[in-house]
Design a protein around this ligand. Structure first.
Ligand SMILES: Nc1ncnc2c1ncn2[C@@H]1O[C@H](COP(=O)(O)OP(=O)(O)OP(=O)(O)O)[C@@H](O)[C@H]1O
Length: 220
């Protein structure tokens, strides 16, 4: 994934200005910085969810910025795995259905989609036979389901927003081990927003957002 010259504004306020970020296959990058400096915004711009004012995002050789509507949604679905701070799973569905859903939406056949979901959940040590709703799982278990869901389409890049933000130290360690193992085990790039110094220290590179005198976010 390559982002160049990203600019994002909201209500005439510049949140991101001229941001460049490259995440290569098999690499991990941590995005850090004080609260409110635009880390989540940057992740959402990289995912093509928020509309940038200037710049380009390319992923797997394709121009995400130029793609519109369904093409952009399809590109995102196939190439990007998103993990949110609170998992953002569908609480009434079972873990296996939560994980299978994006694969079905991406056009993967039912048998293959369920097979992939079952393999991933087994790998992440989440019970796959239970039809119990995901809402009944612990925070750490839900986060592992969210990791499996992000991987089911075999994405080029995994974008994770504070994936350990709501976890205790033991679960943080477990989820961090999983995430930072992904570039090697699944051959993707990993980009993680985090406030946790120990988590950031595990990344191959750290991308820092900070506040300048003029209140615009910058990188260092
Ligand atoms: N839709 C919006 N309308 C107005 N302001 C917004 C909007 N989205 C983001 N912002 C502002 O942009 C700034 C960056 O927000 P963002 O959530 O990206 O920061 P962050 O670095 O991820 O913060 P945190 O570490 O607290 O999660 C904040 O000041 C926020 O209030």
């Amino acid at each position: 994934m390559e982002a160049k010259g990203l600019r994002y504004e909201v209500n005439d306020r510049v949140i991101l200005d001229d941001v460049d970020l490259t995440a290569g296959k098999g690499s991990s990058t941590a995005i850090v910085g004080p609260s409110g400096t635009g880390k989540t915004t940057l992740l959402m711009c990289l995912a093509g969810i928020l509309p940038i004012k200037a710049g380009r995002v390319r992923i797997a050789g394709q121009d995400l910025t130029a793609a519109k509507g369904r093409d952009r949604a399809g590109l995102r679905l196939r190439e990007i795995g998103l993990i949110y701070q609170f998992g953002e799973l569908l609480p009434e569905l079972s873990p296996i259905d939560n994980v299978t859903l994006p694969a079905l939406l991406a056009g993967i056949r039912r048998k293959e989609a369920y097979g992939r979901a079952r393999r991933l959940l087994t790998e992440l040590e989440v019970e796959t036979l239970s039809e119990a709703p995901t809402a009944l799982l612990s925070g750490g278990e839900r986060q592992r389901v969210a990791v499996a869901r992000a991987l089911v389409t075999e994405p080029t890049v995994v974008l994770a927003d504070e994936p350990t933000g709501s976890l205790d130290p033991a679960s943080t360690e477990l989820v961090a081990n999983l995430l930072f193992g992904l570039p090697e085990t699944h051959g993707c790039a990993l980009v993680v927003v985090t406030h946790n110094d120990r988590v950031a220290a595990r990344a191959d590179s750290v991308f820092r957002l900070g506040v300048q005198a003029d209140d615009a976010a910058v990188t260092s």
